[in-house]
Design a protein. Structure first.
Length: 328
């Protein structure tokens, strides 16, 4: 059972062990393959994923994205996937993103396209990811869309930032995600302030060694606020991507959330009630929507970041979830 002290969520030893276990199996290809091939487990977990994922096909993402746009939210859309292992699969993923942007352009739907560089080539070779990102950035520019590069494990950070820098020199419609829990992130922010792209600031979802990152704590909350304030005061385009109400309320109290360079971003299906209050309060809000068949890792992360979600997932397996739209 979680406790809250000084605004910091503390988990019991059992919940902490669950978090570690979920993050571990999220990266276990053998477990993933077994679940995807199971006629019993796959449909059950798919029901649990429905709360957090728009659907398995592009049209699902576009339909839910249109509904959210009509309610006054901005949207980010992502065709889920990462760690693609062959050149052919990377090319296929790039084409899926191109197709998504074509559909959004035809529908006149303003959107950010989120993606992992390992989905379009980074796990094969950095040059493939760079080539594919340039093509996507050019297509997005023509369709008046924005691309947001997600951050991945720390062993990829240098290469992700290097590719971002190369592309952003030519395309100002490409932004980058940074993780506050990494010890290197302050230096990265100071460096990236010289580049035009929006910075999406997250706490960090990946399990990293103690010498590279800090855990969820009061120290991490303080660091997040420090980085957010630095970006906002420098008038840099900034996405405050957190569900932590204490952080958002503190930034609101300091008068930062009304700045033109600031938006609030939350994941679809997480704190929809809070997001609606912020939108109704005339703050710029963006909902991050995902779709695709590779929802296994995404579901594991949603359960790991807040273990009580496991109870919600079990309920959804028994009584299928009817969607989140009414909550927004």
């Amino acid at each position: 059972m979680k406790q809250v002290e000084d605004g910091v969520t503390l988990f019991s030893e059992e919940e902490s062990n669950v978090i570690k276990a979920l993050k571990s199996i999220a990266r276990n290809q053998q477990v993933k393959t077994k679940i995807q091939g199971s006629e019993e487990l796959y449909p059950l977990l798919k029901r649990a994923a429905k709360r957090f994922v728009a659907g398995e096909i592009k049209e699902d993402g576009i339909i839910k994205g249109r509904e959210l746009l009509n309610k006054g939210y901005a949207i980010s859309l992502e065709y889920i996937g990462e760690n693609t292992e062959t050149v052919e699969e990377c090319e296929c993923a790039k084409e899926r993103f191109m197709d998504l942007m074509e559909s959004l352009g035809e529908a006149s739907m303003p959107s950010t396209i989120s993606l992992d560089l390992s989905h379009i080539g980074l796990s094969v070779h950095s040059d493939i990811a760079l080539k594919n990102l340039i093509e996507l950035a050019a297509k997005a520019k023509k369709s008046s869309l924005y691309i947001m590069i997600s951050m991945e494990e720390s062993n990829k950070t240098d290469r992700i930032i290097e590719i971002y820098k190369k592309v952003s020199r030519e395309y100002d419609n490409v932004g980058l995600t940074l993780q506050a829990h990494l010890n290197r992130s302050e230096d990265d922010i100071l460096d990236l302030l010289h580049y035009p792209g929006k910075i999406r600031l997250v706490k960090g979802a990946y399990q990293e060694p103690p010498n590279l990152a800090i855990t969820r704590s009061d120290e991490l909350n303080h660091r997040y606020l420090q980085f957010a304030e630095l970006l906002i005061k420098k008038n840099h385009p900034t996405s405050i991507a957190t569900h932590d109400e204490s952080i958002i309320q503190e930034l609101k109290k300091r008068g930062h959330l009304n700045q033109d360079n600031v938006e609030l971003e939350m994941l679809y299906g997480v704190r929809a009630d809070f997001m609606k209050r912020l939108k109704d309060g005339n703050y710029k809000t963006r909902v991050y929507l995902t779709y695709g068949t590779e929802w296994y890792l995404y579901l594991c992360h949603r359960l790991a970041e807040y273990p009580p979600n496991i109870y919600v997932a079990l309920t959804d397996m028994i009584t299928p979830h009817n969607g989140n739209q009414s909550l927004y």
